[in-house]
Design a protein around this ligand. Structure first.
Ligand code: RP5
Length: 167
């Protein structure tokens, strides 16, 4: 995604096309930090063979972390974590029926021994999953570490000290 010939080091996967409006925020953060990544639809329920293939080959393909977004009966992050020891970050999608509480509880309550780092429901979770994945990559790539520092500094600079009537 970042540059066509860059090998992805982070995989962003999601259970459905309908998850993309949320998960695109993770991609945009990684783009900004120049972290090579890929985005794929992988459904635990509708494409289980694609899920197994993705999880089992992730490390050998050079991925260092996986961000998995899913909603409702959100089994995707946990199932990926069951098949790879890479760090897996789960993003609960805000579902229509239960506002994402179903997604959150499906993702967060993993049994001891098979971890999924679970983020907030929705856009904030997608953004923070990307920032955590970038922190993992920063250990391997000083340019990403520097980009993270710039991101934090710019974020801080944008916060006005005095509230405005215009905002
Ligand atoms: C999950 O079911 C997906 O992650 C999505 O959040 C949810 C609904 O999927 P669609 O019916 O919109 O494809 O598997």
């Amino acid at each position: 995604m970042t540059k066509a010939d860059d090998k992805p080091v982070v995989g962003i996967i999601m259970g459905s096309q309908s998850d993309w409006p949320t998960m695109r925020h993770a991609s945009e953060i990684l783009e900004r930090l120049r972290v090579p990544h890929e985005c794929r639809i992988v459904s635990a329920h509708r494409t289980p063979k694609r899920l197994v293939e993705y999880a089992e080959t992730a490390r050998a393909r050079g991925l260092k972390a996986v961000i998995a977004g899913a909603g409702g009966a959100a089994h995707l992050p946990g199932m990926v974590a069951s098949m790879t020891a890479l760090p897996v970050f789960g993003v609960p999608i805000e579902s229509k029926a239960l506002s994402g509480m179903d997604s959150l509880l499906s993702i967060v309550q993993m049994p001891g021994g098979v971890p999924v780092g679970t983020l907030a429901i929705g856009k904030a979770g997608a953004i923070n999953a990307a920032l955590i994945a970038a922190s993992v990559i920063a250990h391997l790539d000083p340019k990403v570490a520097a980009a993270l520092d710039v991101f934090r500094a710019e974020q801080t600079d944008k916060v006005a000290e005095i509230p405005s009537d215009e905002a």
